[in-house]
Write a protein that binds this ligand. Structure first.
Ligand code: ADP
Ligand code: MG
Length: 606
């Protein structure tokens, strides 16, 4: 029998490849605009007619192409961006596969006019279905203009499946937004059917966000900035109260390339914990800088998927960064710190230079270092609330010296600033005076927050100390409960218990967490804990989160418990050392604040 395998002609191979890269007009926009960015353009203009079905034109003022390069650019696997396999691991450009132009020209009519700034004449090329129809020198401005007409003219199935103009236009705009967010240093504009619909002058990221999404975004976003030598995260996240029911503006970039990652999305979403309800979505425009050797972008032709070498660490790090940003924001609008929202910008980055290189290799340690750092930051910011308020001892010294100078007036002012001890009302709330007014703290919610963070940390890290029992108790559980208990036993033991399974449904408690309240037997505590754990299952938390939360709810200070001044002070200190001090793990507010100004207003006659 005769041999039957033959090589496909290039034009067909390109058409097949095009199926992967070019799915709709927006894909053409993405490829052409990315090429313009790679060409070093400072001004990029996108002109679209009938949602790209009639025309997609991209005009740039970039480096242009020589006559030969202009022809070459349409060949498959023709690229100026990499030349060896090793280059794949240090990609800084958007493109590198050299297949976009080959694909586009296989399924559309492409008109290219290009001139290198130093050349006198430019080149004009006309390509239809991979065939060059015309090539001639021409007058042209420096830079490149690609015009793509009659997309999918020879792939009727594709053309038929295009969505309505409105939907296709939405996709195009989405691509433009992704690229323009990553490059606020480039001027972008977009015209649809001769109307200018985007005009984005050069500026910083905040200004770019406002140009794209509108002025109101200025008040809706807070900055994120976090870094180690391995990873730097910058950008903005949306304030929780502006979260939307629809998945709104969610943009994640790695080395300035827009990526889709359910995994990291989850990290961001979970940092909002209970700040937003389940059916709402936060917005974010976050940028991660990471050593290109640590990632693989060559997973899919559209390059929006990416593989990380250290996925788990990056997940945690993103979570910490978002939490930290939220933590700073959530206190800032309620109480005036007299500091810019950006107050810690650069601090974490500065810190990294002080870390020895050995330590820097240990990612894990640098991540937990950042977490500790954040905690200290939080505490420091909170301390500033009380700044200028004198303790009783300091006050006495001051007053004495003032008296000796006979400066009575001055003394009077000082006494306003005396640091008053906290005060408990109805054994439920704690009032704490701060510089600008006072905080009213819900002791139960606050303690839940403190314990939750403590428990979570000990589950994930070294565990809590155990007090051995002289007379071990046994518990017998029903089948379902016993099964749950078996699965979570190792984690329960990290919380300071020492419990063994004795076979079907029976467990023995050898030890309990140090400092556990005496009045509650270990057996009762475990039963409550299991009950709480079951109740929390509907929230679909991870086992660790669920258990930390259950244990916090079960053991937190109840209302009705009287607290000494020292205990209240400790509660306040610990609360503000938390990474999310403003709400309990189940979303209740831990405190509210009242400003003196507001207080005064309440007493004025209306
Ligand atoms: P890739 O971007 O992966 O290299 P493309 O098919 O998109 O592949 O482009 C092929 C080549 O054409 C690029 O490597 C680049 O050298 C050249 N090129 C494409 N667009 C432009 C442009 N707007 N300005 C200058 N050169 C361009
Ligand atoms: Mg390209």
């Amino acid at each position: 029998m005769a041999d039957i395998i033959q090589l496909l002609p290039d034009s067909i191979a390109n058409q097949i490849a095009a199926g992967e890269v070019i799915q709709r007009p927006a894909s053409v926009v993405k490829e052409l605009v990315e090429n313009a960015v790679d060409a070093g353009a400072k001004v990029i203009k996108l002109i679209v007619k009938d949602s790209g079905k009639t025309l997609i034109q991209v005009v740039d003022d970039g480096c242009g192409m020589s006559e030969t390069d202009a022809r070459m650019s349409f060949e498959r696997h023709a690229t100026s961006k990499i030349s060896s396999a090793a280059d794949l691991f240090k990609i800084k450009t958007k493109g590198f596969r050299g297949e976009a132009l080959a694909s586009i020209s296989a399924i559309a009519h492409v008109d290219l006019i290009t001139r290198k700034p130093d050349d006198e004449l430019g080149t004009h090329l006309l390509i239809e279905g991979s065939k060059i129809r015309k090539q001639e020198p021409c007058q042209a401005a420096p830079g490149t203009t690609f015009s793509v007409r009659n997309l999918f003219y020879n792939v009727p199935a594709r053309r038929k499946f295009l969505k309505s103009d409105a939907v296709e236009l939405r996709h195009i705009i989405e691509e433009l937004i992704r690229i323009s967010l990553a490059h606020p240093d480039i001027f972008f504009s977009m015209y649809h059917n001769d109307n200018e619909i985007y005009h984005m002058p050069v500026g910083n990221l905040r200004q770019r966000i406002i140009h794209i999404f509108g002025k109101s975004y200025n008040d809706r976003i807070v900055p994120v900035k976090e870094g180690t030598e391995n990873l730097v995260i910058t950008g903005f996240i949306g304030k929780p109260e502006f979260a939307k029911k629809t998945r709104g503006e969610q943009y994640l970039f790695v080395n300035n390339r827009y990526i889709k990652s359910h995994y990291l999305h989850h990290a961001i979403r979970s940092s909002y914990e209970d700040l937003i309800s389940k059916d709402h979505h936060p917005s974010y425009m976050m940028f991660m800088e990471i050593d290109p050797e640590q990632i693989d972008v060559n997973v899919h032709p559209t390059k929006t998927e990416i593989k990380f070498e250290e996925e788990r660490l990056i997940y945690n790090y993103v979570k910490v960064a978002v939490k930290h940003a939220l933590g700073q924001y959530n206190v800032a609008p309620v109480i005036d710190f007299n500091v810019d929202y950006n107050f810690t910008q650069g601090r974490v980055l500065e810190n990294r230079s002080s870390v020895s290189s050995r330590e820097s290799k240990e990612h894990q340690s640098s991540f937990s270092r950042i977490e500790n750092e954040n905690q200290r930051d939080n505490q420091r910011e909170w301390q500033s609330l009380y700044e200028g308020l004198l303790t009783q001892d300091e006050k006495t010294v001051r007053v004495e010296s003032k008296w000796s100078q006979g400066d009575l007036v001055e003394e009077d002012k000082q006494s306003n600033k005396e640091k008053k001890p906290p005060y408990q009302i109805h054994n439920t709330f704690v009032i704490s005076q701060i510089k600008s007014g006072f905080l009213l703290i819900d002791q139960n919610a606050a303690h839940e927050r403190i314990l939750y963070e403590k428990y979570l940390k000990s589950i994930e890290q070294q565990g809590l100390p155990t007090q051995k029992q002289l007379f071990p108790e046994t518990i017998t559980l029903k089948k379902a409960e016993a099964e749950t208990m078996e699965t979570i036993l190792p984690i329960i033991n990290k919380l300071g218990f020492d419990i063994n399974s004795l076979g079907p449904g029976t467990f023995i408690i050898h030890g309990e967490p140090v400092g556990k309240e005496k009045s509650q037997s270990g057996k009762v505590l475990i039963e409550k804990l299991l009950n709480q754990f079951e109740n929390n299952l509907e929230f679909q938390l991870g086992i660790n989160e669920n258990l930390a939360r259950s244990m916090a709810v079960t053991t937190a200070l109840r209302k009705g418990v009287s607290l000494s001044v020292e205990e209240m002070d400790e509660l306040i200190d610990q609360l503000f050392a938390c990474s999310v001090p403003y709400s309990s793990p189940s979303g209740r507010k831990c405190f509210i604040s009242m400003e003196m100004e507001d207080l005064k207003k309440r007493f004025t006659i209306q």
